[in-house]
Structures are given as C-alpha cells and as structure tokens.
Write a protein that binds this ligand. Sequence first.
Ligand code: V55
Ligand code: FE
Length: 488
Amino acid sequence: MAPRPHYPDTVHYRGLNRPTHIEATAHDLYVEGEIPRDIDGAFFRAVHDPAYVPMRDDDVVLSRDGMIGKVEFRDGRVNCAIRYVQTERFLAEQKAGRGLFGRYRNPFTDDPSVAGVDRTVANTTPYYHAGRLFMSKEDGLPYRVDPTSLKTLGRWNYGGTLRSLTLTAHPKIDPDTGELFLFGYEADGLASPTIAYCIISPQGELVSEQWFDAPYCAMMHDFAITKDHAIFTVYPTKADLLRLKEGGPHWIHDPEGESFIGIMPRHGEVTEMVWFKGPPGVHSYHVMNAWSEGSKVHLDQCMASTNLIPFIASDSGIAGPPQGGLTRWTMDLADPGAGITERPLGPFGEMPLIAHADTGKDYRRGWYLTVDPARMTHLANGPGDFAFNLLVRVGFPDGALSFYGEGAGYSFNEPVLVPAVDPDHGGWLLMMVDRVIAPGYIAQEVWILDADDIERGPVAKVEMPFRTCGQVHGTWVPRHLLDQARGD
Ligand code: V55
Ligand code: FE
C-alpha cells in the first residue's frame, strides 16, 4: 500500500508500515478453531506507528512512535486493544501537531523547540516485572504502562535511584529467582562507551548498578544471562559524537572492526569481566539463550556477517546480502586465550525465542523466523522490503530442525510462547500474521500453533478487527501475573 499523503514515499511508510493512527479496543473477536485451555493471559506487542508526519524524509521505522498492543485470552474468548505510549516526545509533537524530531538517534538534527525533551519512542519491547508493565527502547528509559487500560504511567527510573540514562529493550528475568537483569549502553550520554549493569529484585527495586566501559561504543542490542553469568556482546556497529554533531548517522558498521564477548559472574563485580575476542565485522541483534557447563559458557545467537538493518548497512556503504545463521559460541572461562569455538545450529534468521522457564539453562527447544527464499513476501514490514514467512523450530541436544511456512503474501511476526500445563509439552506459539488480501489491503490474524508440532500449522486463528502497523517484539503475561499488577 502506498504511504499516506504527506508521509515520506519510502519503505519506512509503505505496506504494513503505512501509518494507521488507530487507538482502539474490540471485544469477542472471531475465532476459527478451538483455543487451547492453557492460553489464559495477555499477549502484549510493541508496534511502531507515527502519530505525525516526520520532519525529515529520511526518517526510519525505528524512530516511529511506540504503541502498546494487547490481545487478551480468557475462557476461549479474545479481546484486543492498542494505544500510543505517551512519551515526552509524543506529547511534544501532539502539542505542536507536527513532527519535531530529526534523524534517528541524532538530537543535533531536532527542531530547536524540543531541545532537552526525551527523544525515546518506547517502541521495541514490552516486558512485565514485579507487577509492572513497561515499554522499552534502548536509547532511553522504559515507560510504564497500565496493563488493563494501556494508559501510560510515565517514564520509569526506579524512584530516581537509577543513574543510567538508558536501559536495554532486551532485559532478562531469571525464571526461578524472579530477579530482573538489565544493562544500558551510552549510559552517561551519546556515543559514550559506558555501560550500566543493573539488577532489580523480584520485588521490583534496584539493588545494584555498576558501570564499566565497553571496548568502544557499540550498538549493544541484546545480552544474555546464565544461572551464574552476565554476558555482554560488542559487535562493530559504532557511534561517533563528531559525526552526530555534523548531522550524520548514529551508527556505522565497521566490517573490519573487532568483536568481543564479556562474561562476568552475574552477582559479581564488573571488574571481574573476562573479555573474549570474536571474529571481525560480524553482528548479531538477538540472543536465543545462554547457559554454562563447568567452566564453559554457551551463547546461542542469530549471527550475521554484517548489520542486518538495511539503512544502517547503506549508511555504512555495505552492499550485498548478509550471511549467517543460528550459531552457538562456546567460551571457556578457564582458558580465555583459547578464544571462541563456533557451532552452526540452524539457517539464517532472526527473532529467536524460548520458553521463559528455560532462560539461562540448558534447553530443549527454541524457535525463530526466517524467509523462504523461493517464496519471498515483498511487504514492507519493519526496516526492509521483505517479511519473514517461515517459522523454524530447533530441538536440542540433537539440533533437529522443523519448519512451517506460508508463501508470498504472508508475513510472520515474532511469536510468544505460552507454556502448557503438561510439563512434557512445549506449549503454544501465538504469532501475529499479516496477510495481503488484495493489492494494498492487509488483514491480521493471531495464529496459534503447537510449539512441538509446528509443521501441522495453526490449530486456531483469531481475526483482528483492525490493522496495526508492524510489530517489533512481544511478550506473554499469564493470568496469575496479570492479577498481581500493582498500582505503585
Ligand atoms: C532494533 C529495533 C529498534 C532499535 C534498534 O531490532 C534496534 C532492532 C525498534 O527499534 O531502535
Ligand atoms: Fe530486539
């Protein structure tokens, strides 16, 4: 679908990226098939949908206003809702009735009237901890959102105790202890190599914040924990303050740049960090999981030969299709000089997920998304002119792969996993599917798949009554945790 009038005529505004401006609720959605009884709770989604025409024509999907979407399941019935996150930036633009912010993550290009206004758009990941729901983006602090009304409750800084200016959109919650592990990069300002490493108690209080310097300022999108370690990944997508002051891009990927993995005891001191050197030029957006075996630490990631986001590759002068795959890196803390051992696990892809209960442990199953190259879906969904249309399941320890795909015209978004009551069953995947129904018209459905038998295809589908823009990440919050939502 063409962009709406006055929006830039680029991939960032076409197709599923065509802005909707819809805030809505709907009840008792139409369901095809039977919803498994295990599914009781809320599927929260981060959606990017700009409320105003941007100041610049080179604006990108990653800068668009965050919306919090919810698809709630109870007794086989389904409701849905979506609302803007009312960030400082959203409110400033709403007041002016127009876009006021410039280039992606470059405040030097903003309208002077918004100098000092928080630029984050909270559009990347919803997460729920200690009875509080957050919407996050890595360039700022999360915003708290009411899980029932989806009303924005304000920026969250742990009662003023947090010093970091940023927090990752990929926090990790220990499934057994309930602790939340976080980090922020550019913790003390633009293009700074300073990292803040933070632990939040199961009750939701900041218990530690330690700062350290990464080897250089890198786009550290994700990280990992094991039961004993915190793992930081540094890949050579780099920022530079002078470039920002000149109005340039925040990120340039350096194909020759060194990569590093830093591992420390997760309850230890940052001075205990052990750095391992990785191959030059590589990049990974997302971690599937990590765990340790004696002195060895395994890290499973969606590895790529370069930065996958097309506008970052283009700003970096990088052309040609990226390569890579789901990859296990193994590091031996007893012998850091031996470097990293690499084992391929699966084809090129992204958006990995596991059962929450498996976080930081040896695990039996993971899932991610890829593209069926023979049946490409050319539908702008996110920063590129393509969409994922093939779901992959990887079984461990044997590494068995299985697939479920649809052809051209279908777009798969990152699923969430709903655990089953039966401990031997891998649970259910809930996945928003965008489907081109006529030129320029897209329908959306939540598909429910048996996580251990994806090849069978969806066991049920929930029809969405209105279209949203593309999803970034999602999270599942089971009913018993929703019931513990707190007001403070
Ligand atoms: C990503 C997404 C972002 C971002 C940086 O998936 C990296 C990667 C939706 O925003 O700002
Ligand atoms: Fe991400």
